[in-house]
Design a protein around this ligand. Structure first.
Ligand code: ZN
Length: 298
């Protein structure tokens, strides 16, 4: 069954095109659940012969936030970012952290502000283990329905909470439900937050089973992929159990795992923007900027 998960809205965007010259291709995300686990992208196949890659564990920080929403990273590099939303959770976040530690992998957690306040020690653990922590709003509303002031409040209070726990202010933000518009994006930018979406997800929040979660993620995995999983917001034992399967399979395909800041750094320093541009068949990627993107998925 092939189901369309991503819905791209109208494509009118009035910002100066020159400020959006790095806008990547926006994929419609599909999932083919009947594909064999061994199905890989052509790019991944190229790297299959390599030995197990050594993960880079020092996140690079770029000076400026990205002036476009990021759906995936550098498609020329066999690297993937694991991201976990809706935590911290006292049950499932430690399970996810244990798996990541066992495989010596760094990932990214998009934490909800009021939960950061409730479970600061879990957030501290995420930070101390070398993972990146992003802003996922204070109370997980659909931000595109809020006023600019309401959006700002959600962003600032969450960044404040994370900074008070880790000593480090977040540089990345993921809108709940993947729901954002120009106002949300602009408010995030004003707070020096890059807006991060994803191009690989399993709808693990529907608890479809460990093997289904793994299969969906692996079918969509590709160079520069941003994988969306959840360590909070409900029953997440299946996600934690699927994680070793996903990590092992992707390592066997030659992928390394990077944090979102590292992935952004690898876009910013890649010099491959023009080839991404040409791949879209358009000279201006500004036309691909959606006015509203909503994934009703969490
Ligand atoms: Zn969420």
């Amino acid at each position: 069954m092939c189901s369309l998960l991503g819905i791209i809205g109208a494509v009118t965007f009035n910002a100066d095109a020159s400020t959006l010259n790095l806008l990547p291709v926006i994929h419609l995300i599909t999932s083919n659940d009947n594909n064999d686990l061994q199905t890989t992208s052509a790019n991944a196949q190229i790297f299959r012969r390599r030995a197990y890659p050594v993960p880079r564990q020092t996140p690079q920080i770029i000076a400026k936030p990205f002036d476009y929403p990021v759906f995936y990273g550098n498609t020329h590099l066999p690297e993937i970012a694991l991201t976990f939303d809706d935590g911290p959770n006292p049950v499932y976040t430690p399970q996810v952290l244990a798996v990541l530690q066992a495989y010596t992998i760094k990932a990214t957690f998009f934490d909800v502000g009021y939960l950061v306040k409730e479970y600061p020690n879990i957030v501290r653990q995420e930070f101390l283990q070398g993972h990146s922590i992003g802003n996922h709003s204070w109370s997980h509303p659909e931000l595109s329905r809020l006023s600019a002031t309401g959006i700002l409040s959600q962003l600032v209070s969450t960044s404040d909470a994370i900074q008070s726990v880790t000593g480090s202010r977040p540089t990345i933000f993921r809108p709940p439900y993947g729901s954002f518009n120009r106002i949300v994006f602009a408010q995030a930018l004003q707070q020096k937050l890059s807006t991060i979406l994803w191009n690989d997800e399993a709808r693990d929040w529907t608890t479809p089973g460990v093997n289904v979660i793994a299969r969906r993620i692996l079918n969509l995995a590709r160079n520069g992929g941003i994988i969306l999983l959840h360590d909070g917001g409900g029953f997440r034992a299946q996600t934690a159990a699927a994680l070793p399967i996903i990590i092992t399979a992707l390592q066997q395909r030659g992928f390394t795992f990077v944090t979102i800041p590292q992935l952004l750094y690898d876009i910013a320093t890649s010099g491959h923007t023009s080839s991404v541009l040409s791949a879209t068949g358009t000279s201006s990627l500004a036309v691909l900027m959606p006015t509203l993107v909503v994934w009703k998925q969490e």
